[in-house]
Design a protein around this ligand. Sequence first.
Ligand SMILES: CC(C)(COP(=O)(O)OP(=O)(O)OC[C@H]1O[C@@H](n2cnc3c(N)ncnc32)[C@H](O)[C@@H]1OP(=O)(O)O)[C@@H](O)C(=O)NCCC(=O)NCCS
Length: 166
Amino acid sequence: MSNGGDSSDTLPLRVVIRHANDNDLQQIVRLSEKLGRDESTADSMVSPTPSEFQNPGWIMKNIRGENTVVFVAELDGKIIGYSLGWVSQPWSYKGKRGYICDCFVDEPYRRRGIGRKLVEAMLSWFKSRGVDCVEADVYSNNAPSLAMFKSLGFNEISKRLRLTIR
Ligand SMILES: CC(C)(COP(=O)(O)OP(=O)(O)OC[C@H]1O[C@@H](n2cnc3c(N)ncnc32)[C@H](O)[C@@H]1OP(=O)(O)O)[C@@H](O)C(=O)NCCC(=O)NCCS
């Protein structure tokens, strides 16, 4: 996977993984809204109202940014999945971290290796950016996502605790 280019990788089902461009924005927003709804169903603290994570302006910034990246999975001209992340150095870290914020595959297309390819594309891009590690936040009850990241070599490093007051 090249850095910022349009290299692609063909999967079964004629799915192509490639860097997102401005023309993909509306379809990515639609998928990110589905991801937001999933999260709101899974987590009582997450609002069902679209947030900044679904804001077209914010997603466009990630498509165009120097240290941000968005990959899409395209099937016959339709975007059926995407991944979005960035490189940064969190305050206490001694090196650069790649962060995978979103990885989503539309439901009818799951379990065909597309999520794995979207993450692998991110990993190649992060490596080309000289990161020291790659992280993602995954809900404890999200078995498919945990299994996917673990199968790619990710290890659990922390647990977030929550006390619900009301
Ligand atoms: C997580 C998600 C991206 C996986 O996408 P996918 O295309 O179905 O995943 P893949 O087919 O590439 O599967 C890769 C591996 O993940 C694991 N996996 C995926 N779905 C699974 C499931 N339902 N049950 C158990 N393991 C699963 C398997 O280890 C699988 O490898 P295998 O098929 O060789 O056994 C998809 O389920 C999704 O979009 N979920 C909703 C959004 C989400 O939770 N995103 C993660 C946080 S941002």
